[in-house]
Design a protein around this ligand. Structure first.
Ligand code: GLU
Length: 417
C-alpha cells in the first residue's frame, strides 16, 4: 500500500458529508447515514484439509433499509476488514437509490485467500458464514450476492445452508447470483460489465465519442473485467488495447481479441504472456492514452499519486471505490469524465433485483430491462449535472441518491429531515 491509499470508510463518509452540505440539508441526514445500522463481526472456523482448525474473520454490514431490504455481495479477500465492508455497504445503499431499485444497502466479507483454499474448504467456509449470519439475513431482510472472488457455486452452498438451518424451508430469494439450475437468472453473470458498457455508450453520446473503434484499457480480469472486454468489443465495437490482472498486463495497439484472451486466462491463469500482445507494466496500463479505462479490480487503484498520469477520456468504475477522493480532484481538473461506481457497476444489483423478483426471463429480456434501467439512471444523473453546473457525475450520484433516501426516510417517519 502506498501513502495515497485512503481508508474507504473515511472516503465514503466524506463524500456523503459533502453531498449533504451541497444539498443544504440538515446535518441530521449525515448523522443518520454516517454509520451502518448494524455490523456483525464473527469468527468462522473451518477444519482445513491439513486437519487443523482455522478461524476466519467474517463481516456483514447493514447500512440502510429505507428503500428496501439490505442488499449486497459477500467478498472473499485477504484485505477484507470492518471499514472496507462498512464503506461497501454504504455504497450499496446509494447504488440502489441511483439504480432506481427498491433495495437498501448491505455488504459482507471474509478475510481469506480463496486462491490457496480447496473446494471443500471454501464450501465449509461459505456454509459457516451462513450459520453465523443466519439471524441477520433473510429474503425480506438482507439478501447477499456474489462480489470479489465469490460466484454462483458459493451462492448455491449459501442458499442450501440457509435452508438447512431454517428447518428445511425452501427460500431461494435469500441470495441472488445463484446458478441457473437453482433459481438464478439468465444474464446475471455478465450484468455488471454489461451495465458498465451501456453507461459508456450513453456517456460517449454525450461527449461525442464514437465507441466503434474506440480504444479501451481494462484493469482487472475477474468477472467484471473479463466481460467488460468481451462486451466492449462485441456490443460497442471498441478495440481492447490493454488488459491487466493481479500478475501483469498485456498490450496491443491494434487490439487484443477479448474472447481468445479470456480463454487464455482460463487455461493459464495469467494474461501477461498472451501471444496476441506484448507484456507491459500494470501501472503503465493506467497511463495509456485510451478513450475508455475500466478499473475493474479492487479499491484505491487510481490515487493522488498516479492520477496525474491518467490519459483516458472516460473512466468507467466497474470496481467499487477504485478512484480515491484525492484522485477525483486531479481527474476533474484534467477533464476526465468519471462514470462513478454507483452508476457504472449498478448492473449487477439491478439484475439481482430481477432475480429476486423471480422473473423467468431470457437473457435478451434481462439485457433489455437492464439497458432501460441503466440508461434512465445515466440520464437522471446527467440531467442532474446539467441543472447543477460544476457538479461532477459522482457528486450528482451522491446528491441524487441522498435526496431519494431522505424522501423514503421522511415518509417512513424516521426523522424530520
Ligand atoms: N456485489 C455487487 C455490487 O457490488 C452486486 C451486489 C448484488 O447483486 O446484490 O454491486
Amino acid at each position: 500500500m502506498d501513502n495515497s491509499t485512503e481508508n474507504p470508510y473515511q472516503t465514503a463518509k466524506g463524500r456523503i458529508k459533502s453531498a449533504v452540505e451541497e444539498l443544504g440539508m440538515s446535518p441530521d441526514v449525515y448523522e443518520r447515514l454516517k454509520m451502518p445500522d448494524i455490523i456483525v463481526e464473527a469468527s468462522v472456523c473451518v477444519e482445513m484439509d491439513s486437519g487443523k482448525l482455522k478461524a476466519f474473520r467474517a463481516y456483514r454490514s447493514q447500512h440502510n433499509n429505507a428503500l428496501g431490504p439490505y442488499k449486497g455481495g459477500i467478498r472473499f479477500s485477504p484485505d477484507v476488514d470492518a471499514d472496507e465492508v462498512k464503506a461497501l455497504s454504504m455504497w450499496m445503499t446509494l447504488k440502489c437509490a441511483v439504480a432506481g431499485v427498491p433495495l437498501g444497502g448491505g455488504k459482507g466479507g471474509i478475510a481469506c485467500d480463496p486462491s490457496v483454499m480447496s473446494k471443500r474448504e471454501l464450501e465449509s467456509l461459505s456454509r459457516g458464514y451462513i450459520r453465523r449470519m443466519e439471524c441477520v439475513i433473510g429474503e425480506k431482510m438482507d439478501i447477499p450476492a456474489p462480489d470479489v472472488n465469490t460466484n454462483p457455486q458459493i451462492m448455491a452452498w449459501m442458499m442450501d445452508e440457509y435452508q438447512v438451518v431454517g428447518g428445511g424451508s425452501y427460500q431461494p430469494r435469500v441470495v441472488t447470483g445463484k446458478p441457473l439450475q437453482l433459481g438464478g437468472i439468465e444474464g446475471r453473470l455478465d450484468a455488471t460489465a454489461r451495465g458498465g458498457c451501456y453507461a459508456v455508450r450513453e456517456a460517449a453520446k454525450v461527449v461525442g465519442l464514437d465507441t466503434g473503434g474506440a480504444s479501451v484499457a481494462i484493469q482487472g480480469f475477474g468477472n467484471a473485467g473479463r466481460y467488460a472486454a468481451i462486451l466492449s468489443e462485441e456490443l460497442l465495437g471498441a478495440k481492447i488495447v490493454a488488459v491487466s490482472d493481479s500478475r501483469g498486463a498485456v498490450y496491443n495497439e491494434d487490439g487484443l481479441h477479448a474472447r481468445s484472451l479470456a480463454g487464455h486466462k482460463e487455461r493459464t491463469g495469467i494474461v501477461s504472456d498472451y501471444k496476441g500482445g506484448t507484456e507491459i507494466g500494470r501501472e503503465e496500463l493506467l497511463q495509456l492514452p485510451v478513450d475508455v479505462l475500466y478499473p475493474s479490480a479492487m479499491g484505491n487503484a487510481i490515487t493522488g499519486r498516479n492520477a496525474p498520469d491518467v490519459e483516458a477520456k472516460i473512466i468507467c468504475e466497474l470496481a467499487n471505490g477504485p478512484v480515491t477522493a484525492e484522485a477525483d480532484t486531479v481527474l476533474e481538473e484534467k477533464g476526465v469524465l468519471v462514470l462513478p461506481d454507483l452508476l457504472a457497476n449498478c448492473g449487477g444489483v439491478i439484475v439481482s433485483y430481477f432475480e429476486w423478483l423471480q422473473n423467468d426471463w431470457s437473457w435478451e429480456e434481462t439485457a433489455r430491462h437492464l439497458d432501460r434501467k441503466i440508461t434512465e439512471a445515466f440520464l437522471r444523473l446527467h440531467d442532474y449535472g446539467s441543472r447543477h453546473p460544476g457538479v461532477t457525475m459522482r457528486q450528482a450520484a451522491y446528491m441524487h441518491a441522498i435526496e431519494r433516501l431522505v424522501e423514503a426516510m421522511r415518509l417512513r417517519g424516521w426523522g424530520d429531515f
